[in-house]
Structures are given as structure tokens and as C-alpha cells.
Design a protein around this ligand. Structure first.
Ligand code: ADP
Ligand code: MG
Length: 323
């Protein structure tokens, strides 16, 4: 039987990756972090709870990926560069296979983004994974929710709706063929944090406001509108649907791109003068970017179709599919 300390040593302590920003990693009372002089720390926490954020019995490797990915996505949405993270873990038991898979998925993504595990806490309890990430950003460059302005374009990275489509498949709300199931499932279980794009948008001051879409575009965009005291018009048919969702009908496409969930794409606003530079940033970061609407002074969110005709889609209709 693994003791708590064996477990930490075996699965969560590694040869030092040697990041300059980590002065002291796992093993002491605190980790010591030294951001680049003159940079600000960006800090964010996300917790994943079994049966709420993931299914019981979920693949531990994918879970390791996802719980770090959703945290890195918050850094991306601020435009910060990842430095390090802590991991607070409640486990029902010390299951060696589970721990091996989980830590593999976790560290594969951590290494990809140069984000080092510097500490955490481990306890017995219902499966619960809480990560805090630390990043750094140039003062005054953070992509805040309150920075959108009248006349800004609204942009989306990547595609929306496939994670929600996967959920519909699991719940038997939609029938998916094998290819769709695979594509949509990958978006749900192993999201890609848009760190490189976020960095370019912040570093070069291309975008104004940004956030990552975790609870559906409409709900999340509303946070930008409220914080910035502006409104917006969204071209619903311009929203980039995921590969699997593209094969579904228009009603489902609209519903799941607008009010899906688990997308982990960036929604950001930028002055129209930045269009070419943003397209370049998309190419440089190998991240598709799509212009989907406009920020306006008049409060509220207006939905229009490809011809600019207002759409009378009721929010209740989508809420019915949320949950
Ligand atoms: P303390 O009693 O001071 O809270 P712990 O005994 O909980 O310390 O942890 C010992 C060391 O192991 C600390 O450096 C802590 O940050 C680290 N640690 C504990 N759990 C984890 C984990 N799941 N992942 C990474 N480091 C961990
Ligand atoms: Mg502790």
C-alpha cells in the first residue's frame, strides 16, 4: 500500500526541469517562484469534481491532460506565459494504475507548455482535482474582461460546439457515427489551451478584452459585455463549428456553438485596424481565428443570421440543453 509520501514522490516529484522561474519545487513547506523581473504574476485556480466535471471512471490519462488544460486556458485568456502549477488532489484510494495514467497525461501537457509542477496537497476523499496555475505577463498587457470598446470586432479561436456534441452523444440526445464520436470526444476530453495565440494577442497588444469559453459563448461573452458596459451583435452563422458538429443540422449547430460548454477557445475583442495582424497571429500560432461579430454601445446581445436578419432564438431553448 502506497503511503501519502511515497505517492507524492513516485508520481508527482520529478527531476527538476530547471525552469529559471522555479527556485524551489516539490518537497518543502512552500515552493519558491521567481518571475522575470518587471513581469506581473497571473494566477488562476480551477477545480474538477467527479460526476460534475467528468464521468466516474474517466480515463485518468485524459483527465490529467484536461485538468491542467482548463487552467492553462485561463492563462491563455489573460495572455500570460505559463510558469508553474500546484496540484491539490483528493483520491478515494491510492490506485497505482490510475496515478500512473493521470500523472502521464498531466506531465505530457505540462512539458509541452513548459509549466512545472511545484507543489500541492494530497488527501483521501472523493475524487477531486484542483490546480492553481502561475503565469507571467507584461504590466498593462493583460487581456481583461472590462477592456472591450464600441466598434471592436469579436473573434473566436478554433471551433465551438464539439465538446457539447460529444456530451449529447453520451446522453443519447444525438446519434453520432464513429468518426464524429471520435472527433467530438477528443475535443471534450483533451482540449487544447490557446496559450500561443493568447501570448501574441497580449504581447503585441492586438486584442483588448478576452476570456476563454468554458460555459458556452453566449454566457461567457455576456461577462465581457457586462464588465465593459457595452453590447454586441453576433453573426450566428459565422460561428466556427467543430468538425463533427459541421455534419449536424443548422439548429443543432447554432445551439451548440452559441451555448455549448467545455470549448476552451478564446473569445476576444480587437480594433478593426488589427485585423491583418490578428490573422498573422493566428497563422503564427497555428490557431484558426474567426471574426464573428461587433461590440456596440447599445447594451444587450443581438443575434443575427448570415444576412444580418435578427434571430429570435430564445435563451431558454438552449438552457434546456445546458446542465
Ligand atoms: P504540508 O504538510 O506542509 O502541507 P505535505 O506533506 O502536504 O506538506 O506535502 C509535502 C510536499 O509535497 C510539499 O512540498 C507539497 O507541496 C508537495 N505535494 C503534496 N501533494 C502534492 C501533489 N499532489 N503534487 C505535487 N506536490 C505535492
Ligand atoms: Mg499539505
Amino acid at each position: 500500500m502506497l503511503s501519502e509520501f511515497d505517492l507524492i514522490k513516485r508520481y508527482f516529484t520529478r527531476e527538476r526541469a530547471g525552469r529559471a522561474s522555479t527556485v524551489l519545487g516539490v518537497g518543502d513547506d512552500c515552493a519558491l517562484l521567481a518571475p522575470t523581473p518587471g513581469m506581473q504574476l497571473a494566477v488562476s485556480t480551477d477545480m474538477l469534481v467527479e460526476d460534475r466535471h467528468f464521468f466516474a471512471g474517466a480515463d485518468p490519462r485524459k483527465l490529467g491532460h484536461k485538468c491542467l488544460a482548463v487552467n492553462l486556458s485561463d492563462l491563455a485568456a489573460m495572455g500570460a506565459r505559463p510558469l508553474a502549477f500546484t496540484l491539490a488532489l483528493a483520491l478515494p484510494q491510492a490506485d497505482a494504475d490510475w496515478l500512473a495514467g493521470f500523472s502521464e497525461g498531466l506531465f505530457a501537457l505540462a512539458d509541452e507548455y513548459g509549466c512545472e509542477l511545484i507543489g500541492g496537497d494530497t488527501t483521501r476523499g472523493p475524487l477531486n482535482i484542483c490546480i492553481t496555475v502561475f503565469g507571467e505577463i507584461e504590466p498593462g498587457h493583460a487581456l481583461r474582461r472590462d477592456a472591450a470598446r464600441d466598434g471592436d470586432d469579436i473573434w473566436i479561436s478554433g471551433t465551438l460546439g464539439d465538446a457539447r456534441l460529444a456530451l449529447a452523444g453520451y446522453r443519447n440526445e444525438a446519434w453520432l457515427d464513429a468518426a464524429s464520436h471520435e472527433q467530438a470526444g477528443a475535443r471534450m476530453h483533451t482540449p487544447t489551451p490557446r496559450v500561443a495565440l493568447g501570448r501574441l494577442l497580449a504581447e503585441q497588444k492586438l486584442a483588448r478584452a478576452a476570456l476563454d469559453i468554458s460555459d458556452g459563448l453566449i454566457g461567457d461573452l455576456s461577462h465581457i459585455l457586462a464588465a465593459s458596459r457595452v453590447g454586441a451583435t453576433l453573426d450566428v452563422d459565422a460561428l466556427p463549428a467543430g468538425l463533427a458538429l459541421q455534419r449536424e443540422d443548422q439548429a443543432l449547430r447554432r445551439r451548440f456553438t452559441l451555448a455549448g460548454g467545455d470549448d476552451y477557445e478564446l473569445c476576444f475583442t480587437a480594433a478593426p485596424a488589427q485585423r491583418a495582424a490578428i490573422e498573422d497571429a493566428g497563422r503564427a500560432s497555428a490557431t484558426p481565428v474567426t471574426r464573428v461579430g461587433r461590440i456596440e454601445a447599445a447594451p444587450g446581445l443581438r443575434l443575427v443570421d448570415a444576412h444580418g436578419v435578427p434571430l429570435a432564438l430564445s435563451l431558454r431553448g438552449w438552457d434546456h440543453f445546458q446542465q
